[in-house]
Design a protein around this ligand. Structure first.
Ligand SMILES: [Zn+2]
Ligand SMILES: [Zn+2]
Length: 375
């Protein structure tokens, strides 16, 4: 079958819309007609080859759409079902067996290697293999091959075109609060960087009943939005001064119970640890790279029994967590539509540029035939 996909052919881009051939689903695979797909920061990291993703490749990992066909053995979904695609996992390693697929022992091959286990991708152009299977989906395309493992059925009464970010960005922020840190009612949370992940963390902290929610970001408009979505205090980190001391000042010198870093900057993460109250926990969520050292004040870590940990994809099992996120959205408790902007798929390069310039928090690309959802 012929599809249209955005292909990256060289590090740094651009995205070229090309006509490709897509295979029918193999056993365990699901062919999805994509309705819309979010654009996530990790797509840019892969575009720039800061992760060793082979090119030419079709990126995209926040897809939502309708099942068109299923391969042999697929029982979870059937043609016509509305689905969100999330990250992929193996289903049988120790982490997957313990309902922790974000820590799948095969996380890298199944999400970043650009091919199936047998080396094929399912996508080609005049016989040239185009890498795919990114996060088990490659959703910057009118159609995507995904897997029974990473597809989640969603109800028909919520706008499908909006739901793609529930597969990665929103899931990461909300999951860090609700699954990984298990933020307690009455506690205090600081969120460093309020893009999609940070704002989702703030909304979830409010859901969890946190008493003090501190948003930290240099962009004033994002701090305003953070306040509307649940932040009780905001800090602009510019203008000198120590970030941890500013947070200490807001908490009567006690510090916060939880800090969440989305910046991936070592010095900011250090501040996240320094702003913790005794027994506090700092979650590293941003895309810290291999070989990147994080300076830690060992005495501060030890003395209060403080913790520093990494969190991938919000500790989520998408099968369980995506439906919870849909329910929260439906109840008005996760209004992530407030920071979404829709673009036609043909404007993918403009959407990416607007996002990288900081003018759009979460771009969503609408495939031909998909209407902008009405609020
Ligand atoms: Zn696994
Ligand atoms: Zn992502």
């Amino acid at each position: 079958m012929q599809i249209t996909a955005a292909v990256i052919r060289a590090p740094g881009g651009p995205f070229n819309l090309e006509h490709l051939e897509i295979e029918q689903p193999l056993p365990g695979e699901v062919l999805v007609k994509v309705a819309a797909t979010g654009v996530c920061h990790t797509d840019m990291v892969m575009r720039d080859r800061l992760l060793p993703v082979p090119q030419p490749v079709v990126l995209g990992h926040e897809g939502a759409g309708t099942v068109l066909a299923v391969g042999a053995g697929v029982t979870k979904v059937k043609p016509g079902d509305a689905v969100v695609m999330s990250f992929n996992s193996c289903g049988h390693c120790p982490s997957c067996s313990d309902a922790a697929p974000a820590y799948c022992h095969e996380f890298f091959p199944r999400n970043f290697f650009g091919a199936r286990g047998d080396g094929s991708s399912g996508l080609s152009r005049d016989g040239e293999m185009i890498h795919a299977n990114i996060f088990g989906q490659s959703s910057f395309a009118t159609h995507a091959l995904c897997h029974q493992r990473n597809v989640v059925k969603v109800p028909a009464d919520v706008p499908l075109a909006l739901l793609g970010p529930l597969g990665c960005g929103v899931l990461t922020g909300a999951g860090t609060v609700l699954n990984a840190l298990k933020v307690r009612a009455g506690s205090s949370v600081a969120v460093m960087g309020v893009g999609t992940v940070g704002l989702s963390a703030i909304m979830a902290a409010k859901v969890a009943g946190a008493a003090r929610i501190i948003a930290i970001d240099p962009v004033a408009s994002r701090l305003d939005l953070a306040s509307e979505l649940g932040a009780t205090h905001v800090i602009d980190p510019r203008g000198g001064g120590n970030l941890a001391e500013k947070v200490m000042g807001l908490t009567g010198g006690v510090g916060v119970d939880y800090a969440i870093d989305t910046s991936a900057r070592s010095e900011v993460i250090r501040q996240g640890l320094m702003m913790l109250a005794p027994r506090g926990e700092c979650a590293v969520v941003g895309a810290v790279t291999f070989g990147q050292d994080i300076p830690v004040d060992g005495g501060h870590l030890l003395s209060g029994g403080r913790r520093l940990r990494g969190v991938v994809e919000g500790d989520a099992d998408p099968e369980q967590f995506v439906p919870q996120l849909v329910a929260l959205y439906r109840d008005g408790k996760l209004p992530f539509d407030r920071f979404v902007r829709f673009f036609p798929f043909s404007a993918i390069n403009e959407a990416v540029a607007e996002s990288e310039a900081g003018r759009v928090i979460k771009p969503i690309l609408l495939m031909p035939g998909t209407e902008v959802p009405t609020p």
